[in-house]
Design a protein around this ligand. Structure first.
Ligand code: FAD
Length: 464
């Protein structure tokens, strides 16, 4: 029997349920990746993330070769083209079944439904995106959770019940299939170029990064995770976003090094909590798909009259707002494709509540720059910052960029590494809104903007 494994955001050869199932029942296995640059552009995929995908596919080609699985990489242009190309590949390879891991976003699911009805061979979907599958956790009223803390408790109970075993490593097939001549194998990557070389690719490197974090830094995670000047977080998000690593692999490693999920030390438990946040936003997206259609989770917050000043937005994007911590963070994003979580919260709050710019503008800008861009996590983070999301905290909790900076970058080490203009300022001044002496003057006055934001939110909510 010949099978096709259609890879999407599951670019790994280990702990890949679709791959394991295909290998189990087939003599011959092809793996297939269908680039969709037109859809990626519509989804604002960052060039750096597409570069990581390209490099990871190159590494996977070798890993699949060792299993006698041929990896075919083709350009399908967009989601419609993916279904058409898939049909063609099935025909020329005489595949009798297609295996894939389920994608949870709205357009991706619609595309899979279409494939299901049009490819003419069985299409088997497995679940791999989350550690605990969406739809399986319900609150006391039988509804999906809107609140994180009770969700996380049930999540841990469910994990203890189900366990955290990963898929066994697939055995090599006896014979390697031959690439049909009529397939136009991709020779040039069809997307804008980015440089993801700071992230190593391939199973071995990814697992090494996981192992070194789990062994050397997880224990101190609670202490270090909010300090952007310290390398205290795992930086595994890019791998999780493209599926070079699964959430389950992270849990399994953490448990192997630190003990069962319900007995972990404080650091490891705090890190597990972040993996639970990752699942939480995926579950929210599946239960309330209106968030994928550009809508606020709390629909009454749609009434906010954002000011949307393009000049202020431009200053924010470029890291030229005159608020050192905001500017350092945005420059980190622009220069490296990654931003520390504490800083993501600060700059997102600043955009929505100090500049009164629609959170969707920030969401899109992040997507276009992040190596770890992931719809559910990004949307969840932005709606959290704009107070339009699942979080119960009231909208009048507004971050003060100066006190956040003093608290989380006390010596200004992080700020100075990206805002070179402040290299010789003292530790007190480095945090303050710029008066124009060292670099551009602050674009707004935080206390004035705070009042304005409160009034704007209040008016919107009273108008309902
Ligand atoms: P660690 O602290 O080591 O955490 C481990 C893993 O847990 C991360 O790799 C990530 O997969 C997951 N995780 C951690 N925090 C969160 C969270 N708050 N929500 C969901 N998952 C989480 N994360 C993305 O992966 N992609 C995004 O596009 C994204 N956009 C964000 C936008 C905003 C406005 C905010 C506030 C947060 C966003 N996050 C996003 C969440 C978080 O900032 C990143 O996951 C984290 O900074 C990645 O670094 P790390 O791998 O070192 O994380």
């Amino acid at each position: 029997k010949t099978s096709l494994v259609w890879l999407r955001r599951d670019l790994r050869s280990l702990d890949n349920p679709a791959l394991s199932k295909a290998c189990e029942i087939s003599d011959t296995v092809y793996a297939l990746y269908l680039a969709a640059p037109d859809t990626w552009r519509q989804h604002h995929m960052a060039p750096i993330q597409s570069d990581l995908i390209r490099r990871q596919l190159d590494a996977l080609r070798d890993e699949f070769n060792a299993l006698n699985i041929e990896l075919l990489v083709l350009n399908a242009h967009d989601f419609t083209g993916q279904v058409e190309t898939l049909r063609h590949v099935i025909q020329v390879t005489s595949a009798e079944a297609v295996f894939a891991n389920r994608e949870l976003e709205v357009r991706e699911s619609a595309r899979d439904n279409e494939a299901q009805s049009r490819i003419g061979v069985p299409f088997h979907l497995s679940d791999d995106r989350c550690v605990i599958q969406p739809g399986t956790l319900k609150n006391g009223g039988g509804q999906p959770y809107k609140v994180f803390t009770p969700f996380s408790k049930t999540w841990v109970t469910e994990l203890m019940r189900l366990g955290w075993d990963c898929e066994p490593r697939p055995h090599p097939k006896v014979l390697k299939p031959i690439v049909p001549v009529s397939l136009e194998i991709l020779t040039e990557w069809p997307y804008d170029t980015g440089n993801s070389s700071a992230w190593d690719v391939g199973s071995e490197s990814v697992l090494k990064a996981l192992r070194s974090f789990s062994r050397e830094r997880a224990q101190l995670y609670k202490k270090h995770r909010d300090l952007p000047a310290i390398d205290g977080t795992s930086k595994l998000s890019a791998y999780l976003a493209i599926g070079a690593l699964s959430g389950r692999q992270c849990v399994a490693r953490l448990v192997a090094d630190h003990g069962a999920p319900d007995t972990l030390n404080e650091g490891a438990r705090t890190w597990l909590n972040e993996l639970i946040w990752r699942d939480f936003y995926q579950h929210v997206m599946v239960a309330w798909p209106h968030v994928v259609k550009g809508k606020a989770f709390k629909t009454n917050y749609e009434a906010i009259s954002w000011h949307n000043d393009p000049m202020l937005f431009d200053a924010w994007c470029k890291g030229q707002t005159g608020f050192p911590i905001v500017d350092a963070a945005m420059r980190q994003l622009n220069q490296t494709g990654w931003m520390h979580n504490r800083l993501r919260m600060i700059v997102a709050s600043f955009l929505c509540k100090d500049l009164l710019i629609d959170w969707r503008w920030g969401e899109q800008y992040f997507m276009s720059r992040l190596i770890d861009g992931d719809f559910a996590a990004n949307n969840g983070g932005w709606q959290w910052a704009a107070s339009t999301g699942t979080d119960a905290a009231p909208y009048f909790r507004i971050f003060n960029p100066v006190t956040q900076s003093q608290r989380f970058d006390p010596q200004g080490v992080f700020i100075r590494s990206y805002v070179k203009e402040l290299a010789s300022t003292d530790d007190k001044r480095v945090h303050l809104a710029s008066d124009g002496q060292f670099y551009n003057r602050a674009v707004v006055d935080h206390s004035e903007q705070r009042k304005l934001a409160l009034a704007t939110y209040k008016t919107a909510l009273e108008a309902e």
